[in-house]
Design a protein around this ligand. Structure first.
Ligand SMILES: [Zn+2]
Length: 118
């Protein structure tokens, strides 16, 4: 999804607030002042992404009571929502997702997890 104009405006307003609060950047370990600024901006962007993922995963609609086990194909019961840490494209993220338990395989799985699909 492309960033909508409204979201872009809100990001610009937030960036304006942050820029006023952050003050001078420490560039003693950086290649240059611009390199230090960019590193800080990337760090803030990544932190925003982590927070957005965590919140959006928590607000998902309720999961179905049953799901199909990716190992044996039998129906598996919902164990409710579980928070867990995954490695996203930009590093570790905490997400909340539905967990199921297969009594045949004696194993829990997450339907949204590509590692659980076989
Ligand atoms: Zn199974």
């Amino acid at each position: 999804m492309a960033t909508t104009e409204e979201i872009r405006e809100r990001i610009a307003a937030f960036a304006c607030e942050l820029a006023a609060e952050l003050g001078e950047v420490d560039d003693s370990d950086a290649l240059s002042w611009l390199d230090a600024l960019e590193s800080q901006a990337i760090e803030i962007g990544d932190a925003m992404g982590v927070e957005l993922l965590r919140r959006r995963s928590t607000n998902r609609p309720a999961a179905a009571e049953e799901s199909t086990c990716p190992q044996c194909g039998q129906p598996a019961r919902s164990q409710g929502q579980r928070e867990r840490e995954l490695i996203g494209r930009r590093g570790p993220v905490m997400i909340t997702e539905p967990e199921y338990y297969c009594t045949c395989c004696r194993k829990a799985f997450f339907p949204g997890d590509p590692d659980d699909r076989s």
